[in-house]
Design a protein around this ligand. Structure first.
Ligand SMILES: Cc1cc2nc3c(=O)[nH]c(=O)nc-3n(C[C@H](O)[C@H](O)[C@H](O)COP(=O)(O)OP(=O)(O)OC[C@H]3O[C@@H](n4cnc5c(N)ncnc54)[C@H](O)[C@@H]3O)c2cc1C
Length: 333
């Protein structure tokens, strides 16, 4: 049976976040002996948090230099933990941090890596991962014979591990953290408030229609922004956008300043997971809607009864003026 290393970096407070606990659950579900490997400024709190998970060993690379996401130090920590654990399969959350560092680690170890896994299971005793291809149009289940095999599990796909905490007996692992890269600070995308909330129940998508001339022959971009932000605040919703709308800033047209390319949903954008989605002033073209693959209930508001959403892409289409509808919805909220 394959030996498994669950790899995680600790958060700023030394604990493990939700995505890491999901990856731990996936690692445990394979049935092989699990070693925990942690990296961060402080790791004991994280180890204690999952002390009751049944892991056979707890390894940790600890130090100030492993606090900030940085390829050289993250890769060094992951490589040292992988060598010390000598496991066949390494499972980690598909955070931006690990997604950047672990493919290089797989190369250093002479192994293989698969990213964007959505589930892991032992099929006929053989571990296999499920992942989507071609922008979530095709799903594949794949196994590999090469070892070590590193698997990055996309956040939000399996339940997070929960169980008793305790006191974990942790073995220190040394990692060579030589780096020429200095972290000087953080810069957030240009928008004045947080609009992307991966854990929100509702996704509101804004399309280019919000900045087009309306019935009175004029553009109402400022009101559009107020209505959208008003909905986001009261419903604690996440904000998505069509490509056309986020591209407009480069084309000198009216723009919504609350949006950046980070908000784009679709073939060349994100594929978020939310229980419900409401599309507004967006035509519902295939390259956009393919990003809605994991939105369970889809609704759209469009003036055009023949828009893409009407063609089997939405559960409910409101043929209506999105300005009027959101004004009313915000008042009700
Ligand atoms: C290779 C490729 C990749 C692409 N990737 C992406 C991608 O990742 N994401 C993406 O979004 N697009 C993508 N596109 C572009 C995509 O095909 C569409 O061009 C884009 O999604 C259209 O954006 P839209 O629906 O916001 O704008 P439009 O097509 O301009 O539609 C605006 C809609 O607003 C409606 N409207 C106007 N006023 C109101 C009102 N008051 N109330 C209600 N409705 C109103 C109109 O009826 C219209 O249907 C890609 C295209 C290609 C070729």
């Amino acid at each position: 049976m394959d030996k498994i290393l669950f790899l995680a970096h600790t958060d700023a407070d030394g604990t493990l976040g939700k995505a890491a606990l999901e990856a731990l659950n996936a690692a445990l579900s394979l049935g092989g002996p699990v070693t925990v490997g942690l990296a961060g400024t402080a790791t004991q709190a994280g180890a204690d948090q999952i002390a009751g998970c049944g892991a056979v060993r707890f390894l940790a690379v600890t130090g100030e230099e492993f606090a900030a996401p940085r390829y050289s130090t993250d890769a060094a920590a992951a490589e040292a933990l992988s060598r010390a654990a000598a496991c066949d399969i390494v499972i980690a959350a598909g955070t931006s941090r690990w997604a950047r560092a672990l493919p290089g680690v797989a190369y250093r170890l002479g192994g293989r890596v698969d990213t964007h896994a959505t589930s892991l299971a032992a099929i006929g005793g053989v571990p296999a991962v499920t992942r989507w291809f071609y922008r979530q149009r095709m799903e594949a289940v794949l196994a590999r014979t090469q070892r070590p095999w590193i698997v990055l599990l996309d956040p939000g796909c399996v339940a997070a591990w929960s169980g008793p905490s305790g006191t974990a007996s942790t073995e220190a692992v040394q990692a060579a953290a030589a780096t020429r890269t200095t972290v000087t600070g953080h810069r957030a995308p240009q928008s004045d408030e947080q609009t992307i909330r991966p854990d929100a129940k509702v996704l509101l998508v804004a399309g280019a229609g919000w900045t087009k001339k309306q019935g009175d022959g004029t553009v109402h971009a400022k009101e559009a922004e107020e209505l959208i932000l008003g909905f986001l605040r009261t419903a604690q919703a996440s904000l998505g956008s069509s490509k056309s709308l986020v591209d407009q800033s480069g084309e000198g047209q009216a723009v919504l300043t609350c949006l950046s390319h980070m908000n784009q949903i679709g073939q060349t954008g994100a594929t978020p997971r939310h229980a419900k989605g409401l599309s507004t002033c967006c035509h519902g073209e295939e390259p956009h809607v393919v990003g809605w693959r994991f939105i369970n209930q889809r609704r759209a508001i469009n003036l055009d009864a023949g828009c893409g959403w009407a063609r089997g892409k939405a559960d409910v289409l409101y043929v209506a003026d999105a300005f009027e509808v959101l004004r009313k919805v915000n008042a009700l909220l």
